[in-house]
Write a protein that binds this ligand. Sequence first.
Ligand code: KIV
Ligand code: ZN
Length: 516
Amino acid sequence: MNSKIIIFDTTLRDGEQALKSSLTVKQKLKIALSLENTGIDIIEVGFPISSPGDFKSVQEISKIIKNIKICSLARCINKDIDTAAEAMSFSNLFRIHIFLATSKLHIKSKLNKNFNEIIDMAISSVKRALKYTDDVEFSCEDASRTDIDDLCKIVEKLIKSGVKTINIPDTVGYTVPNELSSIIKNLFERVPNIDQSIISVHCHNDLGMAVGNSISAIQAGARQIEGTINGIGERAGNTALEEVIMAIKVRKDILGVSTGIKHKEIYHTSKIISQICNVPISPNKAIVGSNAFSHSSGIHQDGILKNRKNYEIMKPSSIGSKEIKLNLTSRSGRAAVKYYMNKMGYQETDYDINELYLKFLKLADKKGQVFDYDLEALAFINTEKDETEYFSLSFFSVQSISNGLSTASVKLLCGDTTFIESATTRNGPVDAIYQALNRITHLPIILEKYKLIAKGKGKDALGQVNILVKYKKRKFHGIGLATDIIESSVQAMIHVLNTIWKVNQINEKLKNLKKI
Ligand code: KIV
Ligand code: ZN
């Protein structure tokens, strides 16, 4: 049996139909191009009869996408099939995908027909579609709840009538892995002409089993997997294609199949689709979640630093993502602290790991997550009351006027000399005081982030200010905590100044300071 798995993406059809608002033609084109670039074999780009907008986007996509096959959905209705063909007429590589329910439940309560009528409708629609293309796919909707004798019967007739791909959808996400593999095995054993078509599966995730079901179908002989990137789709979504693709790659030893996907494009494509569709990816989502390659517990961090294979079954770079991330939290051990200090260029002899680790734990308890630049500050400045700090605040005052002007004055002790400066701006009191400080230090600091968080509740709450600044291509983090938020802002900036002073030895720059 062929070992190539065809990847059929329906992000623009099954995925899009579940979004809160439909995508524009331009957005769909962007997604289609990104899927093409990832090496997906075939993309279902819409259901053209469903709306003029859908027709238009299928048409535009069919003008642009030339390297992979496109496909459109149609019911067993002549007008649907004709419209699907018309929408894709700019492409010379297209498939028509027809679907009709085959389960007793759907046939009776949704379509009010009998099974023979279903067969007739299906065959006559296939004939119509074959007038436009020899690539016709047929989906037996609700196949996983279809009586197996009925399923074998209709599949045989469909193949005989010229269907190249038979899709077995688990439309309501009801099946479990060995059940779906048994359906596929039955088809292979009982349908005499089965070798003349590709068997595909299309699973929904209502019980969280879409990927597991798809993998078990592959093991039973299915050679096309349908799904969406990030698993978006009706209700709980469709099979997450990136998960199936990586399972095929990582577990080639037992699955013995492969895809033509450019794995390194997966991360990027997933991000683009999440942004365009406005569907955020949960942090713990397999393969593409932000935590998928980050390690938190001290034992895991230590293990991964000794040998990545201890806790890593695939490299983040294999999907085009960044290198491993060790979350610096109170659960981290010394190994992770040393790792980040080393990454920033410090030798173990440059600092005292025991002292640093204790300070790190204290900060992690306070702050939750600690960053590499925090470690640098902890290692080289004394965060306890420190008489040796170069900069310290003597006094400040701010005045904000309703006409929008704010004026701030600040008196700063630099070593053993005191400087005083003031500034007026239209950007509020924090900007005014930062400008006044800058008039004293003249350091080319760029404020990148400023965050004010209330610590505690009600009138007793303290204002914690966290800032991130850029100085000579390096980032520095400052924290200030006080009841007055201007004071916390000043403290945060002074924290940064002291770190820069200690880390970068800026004495030269400060020689030019103007004395009062
Ligand atoms: O879930 C389903 O059954 C479908 C078919 C149209 C393939 O989306
Ligand atoms: Zn579906």
